[in-house]
Design a protein around this ligand. Structure first.
Ligand code: SF4
Length: 125
């Protein structure tokens, strides 16, 4: 196995672990993400490191092939300020949709909602 693949597998195991921790936080605080909501994916402030995108790169290459990878790269170069290329909109305003990269989405996407908490009155903040 080459080094990048090894790193990618390691990152995926970290993703799995963090997903468990975050799910537990959501359950405990009763702050679940709404089904079908894609509001966080509309943000143009989301950034990810190269290493955390490795699992996405390998998945794309294995599942969809080099042509799809090149298509996405062209899309990114042509529209650098748009929202995430993996987001599929299901509503006109884009607040409803889903991730086409869900299984290998980067760490930041696995913790949308962590910034939310309950105030002293139990309200969502
Ligand atoms: S990778 Fe998926 S979850 Fe993350 S911003 Fe893009 S569409 Fe949303």
């Amino acid at each position: 196995m080459n080094l990048n693949k090894e790193i990618s597998k390691h990152i995926e195991s970290i993703f799995e672990e963090s997903a468990k921790t975050f799910s537990s936080y959501q359950l405990t605080k009763e702050l679940p993400c709404l089904s079908g909501c894609g509001a966080c994916c509309l943000s143009q402030e989301i950034s990810a490191s190269t290493s955390e995108m490795l699992p996405s790169a390998f998945r794309l290459l294995n599942d969809e092939g080099i042509e799809r990878v090149e298509e996405l790269l062209d899309e990114l170069e042509g529209t650098p300020s748009k929202t995430c290329v993996f987001y599929h909109r299901n509503s006109e305003d884009g607040t409803k949709g889903y991730c086409m990269n869900y299984s290998t989405r980067p760490a930041v996407c696995r913790s949308f909602g962590v910034a939310a908490y309950r105030d002293k009155n139990g309200g969502k903040t």
